[in-house]
Design a binder for this molecule. Structure first.
Ligand code: FAD
Ligand code: HEM
Length: 430
């Protein structure tokens, strides 16, 4: 059996005086701590290179095998692993605590998920690079800097060596050093490039707040600097009452000439940010926004029909897509299935009907759920055929899953279906 080459000290750092990670972009510095072990190379040059060197099709690279083995070992003790990781991070680097929210329950889960995603897709360079670049840009609003990455890496490897002790050895450690160095360098490079073109975050004054139902508000804000986005995307938003607690909200209109941004927010029970946005925010309050992200964008030059399935506030990005299609001017048929639990929950149906009256290429079909079951898949089967359509799906995770399944059964190919990341959409009733 392999003997762990590096033992964690109680504070989660590697044994001895060494460090696993050099500061980013300084490959001449040593970056492996273990005496007698070959020092794994820091990703050279542009730092995207090593990730692009994928294993032959169907075959996992040696690093991928070792990284996945470690993650499998850690998965059953995920809670203890993440608690230990953050505890050591904040003990060793107390200055980093201020970047994180006071309550750490959600983020703890996300970091491990990100690592699992990276481990799972480690040989899929195009996916991983795009994923990490977005993550790197998103980290700018937290105040994350390049020099923070080695600190996180040290504590991560410390926690891995402790909780994956049964499989941890010198080769595994070297694989993790290489992997973390590459992942973090993609994030660092993306953030550095983005610094040249956009602020880390925007301040946005609330200019209107309309309560559409007792728990859904429509908010319009004016960013302090030009804000670029596409219909179908979403942003991160922070309120003044809950600093460092960021949540995602979709843009509810296509980019406007006056630069204003609109969001639909549903207050979820005991929800920190949504409740504040629905019940507390007033015109004049200033929110903070991260940058726009998300891949539910549409190429309006395509001739095929566009099918949109949405529920709850999922109507927001769909309305934005319809507006963008209208501005584009090309007469592409667009069908919107708008699902809700009751007529009362179809809070934006009049706006959608107004758009339908204005545009002959648009068909809007409200769909009311029965017995707590979403009727969207049934409604989809009643109409069609959809085989030659592009499709967008927006709303709560359950709706996304059932709509994607129904679309696949209706013959829409996987690559033509777009939706936001389901695993992030954890809160029911969106
Ligand atoms: C891409 C994307 C786009 C979105 N767009 C919109 C939008 O346009 N409009 C909109 O209203 N919302 C949207 N959301 C949801 C939004 O980001 C928030 O999740 C929602 O507003 C709740 O945030 P909160 O802070 O109020 O609730 P929180 O304080 O985060 O939680 C509220 C409740 O949910 C529970 N909860 C929290 N996390 C979990 C979890 N991991 N598992 C199970 N239960 C949990 C909590 O216990 C609590 O009871 C979007 C989400 C994503 C990922
Ligand atoms: C490879 C390295 C890293 C990975 C994979 C990673 C991953 C993640 C993920 C997936 C999230 C969830 C929210 C989001 O998507 O933005 C997140 C949030 C966050 N990360 Fe990282 N991260 C890394 C490095 C760092 C570093 C070096 C810092 C700085 C100390 C940092 C600070 C934060 C903060 C402050 C949050 C927000 C927490 C919250 O909103 O609850 N991360 N990270």
């Amino acid at each position: 059996m392999d003997v762990p080459a590096t033992r964690s000290a109680d504070d989660g750092t590697p044994g001895g005086e060494g460090r696993w990670f050099a500061l980013p972009r300084q490959p001449e510095r040593p970056n492996a701590a273990t005496e007698g072990e070959p020092r794994p190379a820091v990703a050279p040059g542009g730092h995207l290179g090593p990730l692009q060197r994928s294993a032959p099709a169907g075959e996992a690279s040696p690093d991928a095998v070792l990284v996945r083995r470690t993650m499998a070992e850690v998965a059953p003790v995920a809670d203890e692993f993440t608690s230990y990781f953050y505890a050591t991070l904040f003990v060793r680097h107390p200055d980093l605590r201020a970047l994180f929210p006071p309550a750490m329950n959600v983020q703890r889960d996300r970091l491990l998920k990100a690592l699992l995603t990276a481990a799972e897709r480690i040989d899929d360079a195009p996916f991983l690079i795009e994923y990490l670049q977005n993550l790197g840009l998103g980290h700018r609003k937290y105040g994350t800097r390049a020099e923070h990455y080695p600190a996180v890496g040290e504590c991560l490897l410390g926690a891995l060596s402790r909780y994956a002790g049964a499989v941890w050895d010198g080769r595994t450690e070297a694989a993790w050093v290489r992997t973390y160095t590459r992942l973090s360098q993609v994030m660092i490079d993306a953030a550095a490039a983005d610094e040249l073109r956009a602020p880390a975050l925007w301040h946005a004054e609330v200019v209107s707040h309309e309560l559409r139902t007792p728990d859904v508000a429509i908010l319009t804000v004016r960013p302090d600097q030009p804000y670029a986005f596409r219909a179908g995307q979403y942003t991160s938003l922070e309120t003044p009452w809950w600093p460092r607690i960021w949540r995602h909200y979709s843009f509810a209109s296509a980019p406007r000439s006056d630069g204003l941004l609109t969001f639909h927010v549903k207050a979820v029970p005991a929800g920190w940010v949504s409740t504040a946005l629905v019940h507390r925010v007033r015109p004049g309050d200033v929110l903070r926004l991260g940058q726009a992200t998300g891949s539910m964008t549409v190429d309006h030059n395509r001739g095929s029909g566009l099918l949109c399935l949405c529920g709850g506030t999922g109507i927001a990005p769909v309305k934005a897509l319809v507006e963008e299609a209208a501005e584009h001017g090309r007469r592409r048929p667009v069908e919107v299935f708008y699902g809700a639990r009751s007529v009362h929950d179809l809070y934006d149906i009049e706006t959608m009907r107004g758009l339908q009256r204005a545009h002959s290429w648009l068909e809007v079909r409200p769909v009311i759920d029965r017995n707590g079951l979403t009727q969207l898949p049934d409604a989809l089967r009643t109409f069609g055929p959809w085989t030659d359509c592009d499709a967008c799906v927006a709303g709560p995770p359950g709706l996304i899953r059932s709509a994607v399944k129904a679309l696949r059964e209706a013959g829409v190919s996987r690559e033509r279906i777009r939706h936001d990341a389901v695993e992030e959409l954890v809160v029911p009733g969106r």
